[in-house]
Design a protein around this ligand. Structure first.
Ligand code: HEC
Ligand code: HEC
Ligand code: HEC
Ligand code: HEC
Ligand code: HEC
Ligand code: HEC
Ligand code: HEC
Length: 487
């Protein structure tokens, strides 16, 4: 090599180093920038507090905290899991809420649910190959996420001996996932099937994978556009809650277990997450305390016309959305929003929340593929009220391994339970662990509000029901707490 070539090579090397360094610079400043944004958010909050604080000592403390944040230097966050694996997601996602007390980040980490590349500090590669585009609850990936194996090697919500603990497998069979009720209903309405069969329904596959059930029938296009694509295929979209807002995808387990506001926007502490983009829950938190407003993202939104293949939102939808934002506490406030105007219901169908009545198997399936709501719903009015001839069923809890104990996990409203207590039981043998019997009295504690209600018994009352007519429609003929057409 002559002198000139050496110089040339040296120049090339220099150039490479400069480019390399500047890439590295960008790459480092990226995560550091998110951290600085987070520090600034803390400073802003503290400064706002300072403005409204007059007490000398309190002010000094706030000022000290502000200085601490101002002096803080960005640092890579290495989360070391018990199995030795290192994850750095929190380097950018600072301040993100703990997902739940049953999934503490220092044992679970992030990638067990999200996938992605835990060591990367670069936006693109960190999120590469993540599950469900950031939504691990989607049924198409739930087998890998919720149904996967924890970092300690323990099976999660699939593959367990006790069927009730395999929520991932059960939920996929639930009518809410298969939509088999609607699909078979539409086919029957159009005279395509005499029975309740749904062609091509396959166990364990999300509804988005079923072909349109009209098989080239005249209304196939309308069913696809107005009903299936918009809402009724898993992987489809949730209905519009606010006029003028774009629809957002349905996200499987998250639809129930991550509470959302009507806008479906994030309001938590993680500064990397947009506050205006629709599609996320309010905070990074799983819950089993699911209020009726969450169920009513899909239910009680309006009228479906399966002949015209048309959906019409309820007329008072905007008021319902407004009430939801302010939060309803009283029965008279709830009753306006709970069901569609003009619908019939008994008083308890509003004072209680949906999941105070609808059991685990009602909401997450029982492993059977039903093709109608009538067959899928287990709970009946008589499961709480009994009939003119008999009291509702109950059972004595005999050991601490009873499922009833599990249903209380992470719900502060679960009434204290000890072996020997008597809990409610449905006619199908499913436990109602929030229903308790003490002597002759039965009561229920709402999982959502924590309110304790005594349950009135039909037996011994002046009720004029017929023993053979136990469906809700029959009861509503006499028992109606009519919704004032209030708005
Ligand atoms: C370099 C910084 C950075 C790293 C490292 C990082 N993220 Fe993110 N993440 C972001 C930013 C910025 C957003 C919001 C904008 C976007 O999605 O591009 C985001 C968004 C997300 C979202 C929300 C997606 C949505 O639907 O809006 C999830 C989930 C997420 N990240 C998970 C992770 C996980 C898990 C890891 C670790 C494997 C990780 N992130 C590592 C910066 C990062
Ligand atoms: C993402 C939308 C969505 C959410 C959220 C939702 N549901 Fe549903 N649900 C449906 C659809 C759609 C059906 C009807 C399916 C069919 O008939 O094919 C249904 C059916 C039902 C049924 C009758 C069938 C069955 O499986 O028992 C009950 C009961 C029910 N839902 C209760 C609830 C409760 C309680 C909640 C809140 C914890 C809830 N739903 C949340 C969409 C939803
Ligand atoms: C339609 C609403 C809905 C959907 C969708 C849903 N769940 Fe649930 N889930 C509930 C309700 C309500 C409870 C509380 C029921 C109870 O404890 O009786 C619950 C409870 C649980 C529990 C706690 C165990 C227990 O006995 O209380 C786990 C774990 C769980 N769900 C996992 C999942 C997984 C995983 C998915 C998705 C594959 C999912 N859920 C989808 C409504 C739902
Ligand atoms: C038990 C499972 C689980 C674990 C563990 C978990 N996440 Fe999540 N994460 C979810 C679910 C489910 C969502 C979707 C929530 C929604 O619909 O908004 C989510 C959403 C997010 C989002 C979007 C913001 C939001 O709240 O929706 C970010 C960012 C995120 N996760 C990052 C992380 C990081 C970082 C970790 C580790 C510290 C982590 N997650 C651990 C389940 C988990
Ligand atoms: C007081 C108890 C109670 C409450 C609260 C309640 N339900 Fe029900 N629900 C029932 C019973 C009982 C049935 C079965 C009706 C029958 O026997 O004909 C039922 C039936 C249903 C059905 C099947 C279709 C139908 O209308 O028969 C759906 C869907 C449903 N409920 C959803 C919900 C949702 C969503 C909520 C909350 C917004 C809710 N329920 C609140 C007791 C309740
Ligand atoms: C999970 C238990 C539960 C189920 C299921 C249930 N109820 Fe109730 N019911 C209650 C409780 C608790 C009360 C008392 C509190 C209240 O009225 O708000 C009550 C009160 C009543 C009352 C007397 C209150 C009044 O003045 O109207 C009637 C009538 C009634 N329920 C009818 C029904 C009908 C009809 C169904 C089926 C659609 C039903 N219940 C399902 C728990 C239940
Ligand atoms: C033909 C009318 C009629 C039908 C149908 C009917 N009830 Fe009643 N029910 C009554 C009357 C009247 C009373 C007594 C009201 C009172 O004491 O204030 C009553 C009382 C009750 C009570 C006790 C309320 C209390 O406060 O002590 C319950 C619970 C009840 N009914 C549930 C039901 C259920 C569940 C059904 C459907 C399976 C049903 N009823 C069907 C007329 C009817």
């Amino acid at each position: 090599m002559d002198k000139k070539s050496w110089l040339f090579a040296l120049g090339g090397l220099l150039l490479l180093t400069t480019v390399g360094l500047s890439i590295l610079g960008n790459y480092t400043s990226n995560w550091a920038m998110y951290q600085q944004k987070y520090f600034q958010a803390q400073i802003n909050t503290l400064q706002a507090q300072l403005k409204t604080t007059s007490h000398g000592q309190a002010r000094a403390k706030l000022e000290q905290q502000i200085t601490q944040w101002q002096n803080r230097k960005p640092q890579i966050v290495n989360l070391v899991l018990p199995n030795g694996q290192v994850e750095r997601c929190q380097t950018c996602h600072m301040g993100l809420e703990e997902i739940s007390t049953s999934h503490p980040p220092d044992t679970f980490g992030c990638t067990v649910c999200h996938g992605g590349n835990g060591l990367s500090l670069d936006l693109k590669t960190a999120h590469a190959d993540w599950y469900g585009q950031g939504h691990p609850g989607r049924l198409s990936v739930a087998g890998l996420t919720c149904g996967g194996t924890g970092p300690n090697g323990q099976t999660c919500h699939s593959g367990n001996k006790v069927q009730a603990q395999n929520e991932v497998d059960l939920v996929k069979t639930s009518l809410m996932s298969t939509k088999a009720g609607e699909l078979s209903f539409v086919r029957r309405m159009l005279g395509l099937d005499p029975g309740t069969k749904v062609p091509n329904l396959a166990l364990g596959e999300p509804a988005s994978q079923y072909p349109n059930p009209l098989n080239g029938g005249p209304r196939q296009a309308a069913l696809q556009t107005n009903c299936l694509s918009q809402c009724h295929q898993a992987g489809g979209l949730l209905p519009l809650l606010q006029k003028g807002k774009t629809e957002i995808p349905s996200n499987g387990c998250e639809n129930c277990h991550v509470l959302s506001n009507p806008d479906h926007t994030y309001v938590g502490q993680d500064v990397t997450i947009s506050r205006t983009e629709a599609g996320l829950g309010m905070v990074h938190q799983l819950t089993t305390q699911i209020p009726y407003t969450q169920c009513n993202q899909c239910h009680n939104q309006g009228l479906h016309d399966p002949i015209k293949m048309k959906f019409t939102p309820r007329v008072d939808l905007q008021q319902v959305v407004k009430d939801r934002q302010t939060g309803n506490k009283t029965w008279s406030a709830r009753v306006k929003d709970y069901y569609l105007p003009g619908e019939l219901f008994a008083k308890c169908e509003v004072s209680l929340d949906c999941i105070d009545c609808h059991t685990r198997e009602d909401v997450m399936g029982d492993g059977h593929m039903y093709t109608s709501e009538y067959a899928a719903v287990h709970i009946q009015c008589q499961d709480c009220h009994g009939t003119i001839n008999s009291l509702p069923l109950s059972k004595k809890v005999r050991s601490t391994s009873d499922l009833a104990f599990e249903e209380g996990i992470a719900n502060p409203n679960f009434p204290a339970l000890v072996v020997g207590d008597t809990i409610g039981l449905t006619h199908q043998g499913e436990e109602l662990p929030y229903v308790r019997q003490k002597g002759q009295t039965r009561y229920i504690v709402s999982r959502i509000t924590g309110t304790k209600y005594t349950i009135p018994m039909v037996k011994g009352s002046a009720c004029r029901q017929k023993l053979t007519e136990q469906g809700a429609d029959a009861c509503h003929a006499c028992h109606q707490a009519v919704s004032e057409q209030a708005h």
